[in-house]
Ligand binder design. Structure first.
Ligand SMILES: [Zn+2]
Length: 393
């Protein structure tokens, strides 16, 4: 404010000397300020009333003289009246009062929990064998409280999260380092080789030495069929379904499968595979019925967290990228969440079609936005009008 006053009224200001002043019209100023606001990525969070953005910035409204947190339920202000602030103190120093409705000066419990869980995740990622109690004590929390908020935010227990981290470490040690298999297992934080081998097929989908060899011995059976959404490729690794791909061109689906499992031996499904295909197609036609088949979900620890959160969205409902980011304890990682949705190999079974933009717009879909629209329409109808059971039989 002071800088502007100086420019307008200083006697040395060139506009006051000889040139006739050409005042910028009020409308032009407003349009300019609106453009500045709209170009700011924080404006989208304000329009979306994003609770995930709470605590990262505040905004003030010139016409009312108050400032708010991004999730404030009050009517969205006109962009030309909005200014952004990095702290409450900065907003108050600029002359704004806290909003009575969203009480921006009080820290939001959700944002606070998400920050605490993020901190816990970073510790679990860095350290192999920290116990829940030790972790909680270090953060000044009780074990049960930490367990509750961790589960609430990520959908995983701290123990399950730590296990996923170890699995990720052993995967990268086996593929990237020259360590022996045993060294890779201990290096990743497993207490004994036998503990690891008990779980290795679950973690790697195969034995560690096969995994190291590039998975050449992994056999993937697959078949391409037609469903109401077009061509569908279904692949099974021996551990579970590892791909459900949708598209127009069956050959393109097979090429996609080859790219995703470059080291595996792909084998066309035999007659016995047909009943599996029929079950998956029936599920895609009526996702609300659920899919009672094991999945072989292969991805990084972060992707696994995103996909787990997606599987928790019931048929007939949607969530925004920001909501998923908040649920997995990474409220600023909306872009990474979108990438994890795009990397999903299990269409419909991991329902990335239930993620939409904060304003409700469909956004993109790995398998085409028209298929996403069809799936969502189907699911919202099914909720009101259950699909006949015999369809799935
Ligand atoms: Zn407010």
């Amino acid at each position: 404010m002071q800088a502007i006053a100086h420019l307008l009224f200083s006697p040395s200001s060139p506009s006051n000397v000889s040139m006739p002043t050409r005042p910028v019209s009020r409308a032009a100023q407003a349009a300019q300020q609106a453009a500045i606001t709209q170009a700011d990525p924080r404006w989208a969070a304000v329009q979306a009333r994003s609770a995930a953005a709470d605590g990262s910035f505040w905004y003030s409204v010139q016409t009312t003289g108050v400032y708010c947190r991004p999730s404030c339920a009050a009517r969205t202000p006109r962009p030309e009246n909005v200014r952004f602030h990095v702290s409450c103190a900065q907003a108050e120093a600029a002359g704004f009062r806290p909003c009575q409705r969203c009480k921006p000066q009080q820290s939001s419990a959700t944002a606070h929990h998400a920050a605490q869980v993020t901190q816990a995740c970073r510790i679990l990622e860095a350290e192999d064998s920290v116990t829940l109690d030790a972790l909680a004590a270090r953060m000044g929390l009780s074990g049960s409280h930490l367990h509750r908020i961790f589960k609430q935010v990520t959908g995983l227990t701290p123990k399950a999260y730590a296990a996923a981290q170890r699995e990720q470490r052993v995967r990268s040690a086996l593929t990237q380092s020259g360590d022996s298999v045993t060294d890779a297992i201990y290096g990743a934080g497993y207490q004994s080789s036998s503990r690891f081998y008990e779980r290795s097929t679950q973690v790697l989908g195969m034995t560690p030495s096969r995994y190291r060899a590039g998975g050449t011995a992994q056999q993937i059976r697959f078949a391409v069929a037609q469903c109401s959404l077009g061509a569908i490729l279904i692949a099974h690794s021996g551990q579970g379904l590892c791909a459900i791909l949708l598209g127009d061109d069956p050959d393109a689906l097979v090429r996609d499968l080859q790219d995703r499992f470059a080291q595996a031996e792909l084998v066309g499904g035999d007659a016995g595979f047909e009943s599996l295909v029929a079950r998956v197609v029936a599920f895609v036609e009526a996702p609300g019925l659920g899919l009672d088949l094991p999945l072989d979900v292969q991805g990084t620890a972060f992707q696994q967290r995103v996909w787990q959160a997606l599987r928790a969205i019931p048929a007939g409902q949607t969530a925004s990228y920001a909501e998923i980011a908040a649920r997995i304890g990474a409220p600023t990682a909306m872009r990474a969440v979108a990438q994890a949705c795009g990397a999903n190999a299990l269409a419909v079974a991991i329902p990335c079609h239930r993620v939409v933009r904060s304003d409700g717009a469909l956004s993109g879909y790995r398998w085409g936005v028209e298929r996403k629209r069809a799936l969502l329409a189907r699911e919202s109808n099914a909720v009101h009008q259950p699909v006949a059971r015999e369809k799935a039989a």
